[in-house]
Structures are given as structure tokens and as C-alpha cells.
Ligand binder design. Structure first.
Ligand code: HEM
Length: 126
């Protein structure tokens, strides 16, 4: 593992393989959710790939997203979509289930979820 990922969430979570598994578990739940599914394109693969790249860097791994797409500006990138508080909660709920499915230790899982809670509510725009 590269030096610069030592002591990061990324490393504690299990690196690229775990992030991949989280994303794979997460999007089927998002697509099936009545409040979230309609916002997403039928072909979810490109979104999954972007999320894999973003979460890798968000948790302290390699900056895959920025290398490809530039500054994340995530709130701005979400502005075209009507994100309500209910949708933020639904998103976090799907993520909680996805993290559970990866078998992540509960204390780490809660810490990961806590890191995502801020951005999720910050993206509320409707
Ligand atoms: C708060 C509830 C959220 C909703 C309803 C939501 C919804 C969406 C939607 C509809 C897209 C666009 C899909 C497309 O390409 O058509 C998207 C993209 C994305 N979302 Fe979210 N999102 C939420 C929270 C988050 C959070 C908390 C993160 C990460 C911290 C995140 C990361 C991303 C990324 C990385 C993309 C791809 C951006 C790109 O196009 O480059 N989202 N989201």
C-alpha cells in the first residue's frame, strides 16, 4: 500500500476492494428506493464508476476523481437534482445498509457514515 494512505479511513476500510464492494452494494438500493431511483439514469454503471473514484479520494485514498474530472465541487454537481432532506436521509440509509453488507466493523461503519452525513445534508437544495 502506498505510504500516503497510511492511517486513513481508506486504509482502515480495506482500500480499493472495499470501496468497490460498497459501491456495488449501494446503487441497487438507490435504484430501488422510491425517492432516489427516479433521479438516476437507467444505466447506472458510469455513476458507480464516478462514485468509486470519488469515495476513494474522499476517504484519503488516491485522488482518482480529481485526476479525471477536476475539482469535485460536489454540491454544484448536485444542483441539477432536487435534493430534499428526505432524499439525503434516504441516501444515508442506503449507504448504511451497503456498509453493513460489506461486513464492516460497526464502529468503523458508524464513523464512515458520520463522514458522509455532512456532505449529504450540505447537498440539500430543495
Ligand atoms: C443527499 C442525497 C444525494 C442524492 C439524492 C444524490 C443524487 C445524485 C444524482 C441524481 C447524481 C447524478 C447521476 C447522474 O450522473 O445522472 C449524483 C451524482 C453523484 N453523487 Fe450524489 N447524491 C446524494 C448525495 C451524495 C453524497 C453524500 C455523495 C458523496 C459524498 C455523492 C456523490 C456523488 C458523485 C461522486 C456523483 C457523480 C458526480 C459526477 O457526475 O461527476 N452524492 N448524485
Amino acid at each position: 500500500m502506498p505510504e500516503e494512505t497510511h492511517g486513513t479511513f481508506y486504509e482502515a476500510m480495506g482500500g480499493a476492494e472495499t470501496i468497490r464492494r460498497i459501491v456495488e452494494a449501494f446503487y441497487p438500493k438507490v435504484q430501488a428506493h422510491p425517492l432516489l431511483g427516479p433521479l438516476f439514469p437507467e444505466d447506472i454503471r458510469p455513476v458507480m464508476e464516478k462514485q468509486y473514484m470519488f469515495l476513494s479520494q474522499f476517504f484519503g485514498g488516491p485522488p482518482l476523481y480529481s485526476e479525471r474530472y477536476g475539482h469535485p465541487m460536489m454540491r454544484a454537481r448536485h444542483l441539477p437534482f432536487p435534493i430534499t432532506k428526505e432524499r439525503a436521509e434516504a441516501w444515508l440509509g442506503c449507504m448504511k445498509q451497503a456498509l453493513e453488507e460489506t461486513g464492516m466493523e460497526p464502529s468503523l461503519r458508524d464513523a464512515v457514515l458520520e463522514r458522509l452525513r455532512g456532505p449529504a445534508y450540505h447537498f440539500v437544495n430543495s
